[in-house]
Design a protein around this ligand. Sequence first.
Ligand code: ZN
Length: 290
Amino acid sequence: MWIEVPLSKPVQWPEGVRLPIIISVHHQSEEAAVVFGDGQPDPFDYSERQYGGRRGAWRLLEILGKHDVLGTWIICGATVEKYPQISQAVKKAGHAIAGHTYEHEMMCNYPPDQELGLIRKTVSVFEDRLGERLTGWRTCFASHHTIDLLLEHFDFEWDASIWNDDLPYMIEGHGKTLLEIPFSSYSDAAFAIQITNPMPPTPYGTWHSNTPEFIFRTMKAQFDALYERGADKPVLMPLTVHDFIVGRPSRSLVLDQFIAYAKQFPGVVFTTHDQVRAWWLQNYQERDRA
Ligand SMILES: [Zn+2]
């Protein structure tokens, strides 16, 4: 069991920070490919997603480097095993790193003991292959047990799997605390449904691609709304980019242009989940876990 810790005072970022933007790069390569009834992955979807591991992630790393901004790379355990050079380059560049399940399992479909096993497996891949102790976690498909498992069995400092708020909140349970830093698909650069497309729409398929202009407008609208609100209220912009989608040339150009646009505004800071947690603790001066 866990509870949300009530706020003792308003959320406040450090002096000069008006709108923190956290770019989460979902580096998941081919892990979430659609599986047919015979257990084999759909070859089309598989190769489409494999692009992320082979090319897309490298391009995203380049763009973040070009703008000299850091983000959080949210990586599947199996992706670290299959494409270790990218994770090593990400780490070397100073980005924050978090776990994204082992093979992008939909945790909501697993009983707690299996979910626990999958989190453990992912944690040890990062330790063994990357020398990285995971402090952050995101599953796109949290179960009702995810938060309890993270608190009870591990030393995670933050989770970013929940979609239910604009701002972080502290969770306490099993004698530990965890900062929940929610995310949102409204600022997801993968947002790709084209209503007029005759194929069944999926939000994360490049083959249902909206135009780059549409994607840019969606991100800009979210940014503009938050920036205006940020004049006198706390705001945070999660920006999700998937390696196999936003890593494609035309989409990565949109990310490139969006970062350039946002950077013009005073008080916009590109940051990481780890940094946001540090700001949170600073503001509330909560005791950290030993
Ligand atoms: Zn994902």
